[in-house]
Design a protein around this ligand. Sequence first.
Ligand SMILES: *[C@@H]1O[C@H](CO)[C@@H](O)[C@H](O)[C@H]1NC(C)=O
Ligand SMILES: *[C@@H]1O[C@H](CO)[C@@H](O)[C@H](O)[C@H]1NC(C)=O
Ligand SMILES: *[C@@H]1O[C@H](CO)[C@@H](O)[C@H](O)[C@H]1NC(C)=O
Ligand SMILES: *[C@@H]1O[C@H](CO)[C@@H](O)[C@H](O)[C@H]1NC(C)=O
Ligand SMILES: *[C@@H]1O[C@H](CO)[C@@H](O)[C@H](O)[C@H]1NC(C)=O
Ligand SMILES: *[C@@H]1O[C@H](CO)[C@@H](O)[C@H](O)[C@H]1NC(C)=O
Ligand SMILES: *[C@@H]1O[C@H](CO)[C@@H](O)[C@H](O)[C@H]1NC(C)=O
Length: 341
Amino acid sequence: MAVCTEKTLWSFMFLLTGAVGQTVVYPFTSTCAVRGSTATLPCTFTPRKSFSDGQREVPLKIIRVRWCKNHPVCQGSTPSVYDSNPANIDPRYQYLGDKKTNCTLQIRDVQQRDNASFRFRMEADHPEGHFTNKTGVNVTVVDGSKMRIISSSDDKKLSRGENVTLLCASDCTFHQLEVTWFKDGHALSDTGSSLELDNVTAEDSGNYTCALKSIMETLSEPYSLQVEAEERQPVDGNLPLIVGVVSGVLLAVIAFILFIFIIRRKLAAAEHQRADGGETEPKHPHDIYSSIQEESHRQETSRAVEDVSYASVQFRHSHERSRHVEEVDNAVVYSSLASRG
Ligand SMILES: *[C@@H]1O[C@H](CO)[C@@H](O)[C@H](O)[C@H]1NC(C)=O
Ligand SMILES: *[C@@H]1O[C@H](CO)[C@@H](O)[C@H](O)[C@H]1NC(C)=O
Ligand SMILES: *[C@@H]1O[C@H](CO)[C@@H](O)[C@H](O)[C@H]1NC(C)=O
Ligand SMILES: *[C@@H]1O[C@H](CO)[C@@H](O)[C@H](O)[C@H]1NC(C)=O
Ligand SMILES: *[C@@H]1O[C@H](CO)[C@@H](O)[C@H](O)[C@H]1NC(C)=O
Ligand SMILES: *[C@@H]1O[C@H](CO)[C@@H](O)[C@H](O)[C@H]1NC(C)=O
Ligand SMILES: *[C@@H]1O[C@H](CO)[C@@H](O)[C@H](O)[C@H]1NC(C)=O
């Protein structure tokens, strides 16, 4: 996208200025570069086609292109970082252009001494065709300037279905188009400076980081994004409550049925005992209570249930005692249910 617009802009400028005279256009006049990285300084130029010597039009041809550092005109014997004539000797400076329209310079393994103004100069087969644009490109060399992530949403907690855009930015303006995005340390396929997350789900939750491509020194601090598992909708919000009430009622019904069943069984057993002569006289209620406690401590819950219901049936006459025992009863029935479920 960005490359496309740049090209369109450049072609447009070419058309505009081509007829007037020579031009050198730098799409940006200042940029940041991380030490050790590769910086590209885009540049286009329009040479003068011909000039009039008073009698006739003399055609012009570009015979030499060069880039200089910290020199306003870059002419004559000024040292160049790149010179087509003779061919440049420092391999760190690569001329990606030509002698017609493209004057792009690439600086590899950027050094502190590249913190400078760079200017392009074209030289023709006649001095009338020589030209330097004095504006130049200022390169600011930084040591591992960290990127940071800016979100389109103020909230780090998002609801499912929302859209969010994360931007990889820096105080220093890097004109590097490619960025590497990471989610929980794993590289994503996106390479733009912004990461669009549409219709987010819980799977989009995680720690995001970004860095300029191949320059891990610029790795940002993590940006933690959380997407709530459930959509924040009133209907959905009531669901856990409904489930809770229904299961609660169901549990109570089961407990009641079980309770009735045990009582009936115990009543029948007591009836049977009494018919047999009832030689096993029940102990004092207090003893029974403590023995129940002991038993439930031994986790013989089903036996304890039987004893408790037995006690509550047998000692109904002692009002206070029986209420006390019934409380224990409920607790034991519940614990036996819980251990079964
Ligand atoms: C010099 O470069 C600047 C920045 O790219 C540009 O705006 C300007 O038009 C250029 N001038 C000429 C004469 O090429
Ligand atoms: C580039 O740097 C020089 C000084 O080093 C300054 O005079 C000039 O204004 C700067 N140009 C831009 C476009 O920042
Ligand atoms: C100039 O050349 C470089 C390297 O081949 C290329 O990336 C860039 O797009 C070219 N610029 C234009 C305006 O064609
Ligand atoms: C070089 O770096 C210094 C800061 O260290 C900055 O002030 C200066 O403008 C830079 N020079 C150029 C030409 O970019
Ligand atoms: C999210 O973006 C998609 C398109 O990518 C759009 O259809 C949808 O309406 C957006 N949703 C919100 C909540 O803005
Ligand atoms: C969002 O995703 C859900 C499933 O995850 C899908 O049903 C829905 O149509 C999507 N909405 C948009 C706007 O893409
Ligand atoms: C994200 O980072 C935080 C701490 O910075 C950590 O507690 C959390 O577990 C991380 N999340 C993931 C998905 O790694």
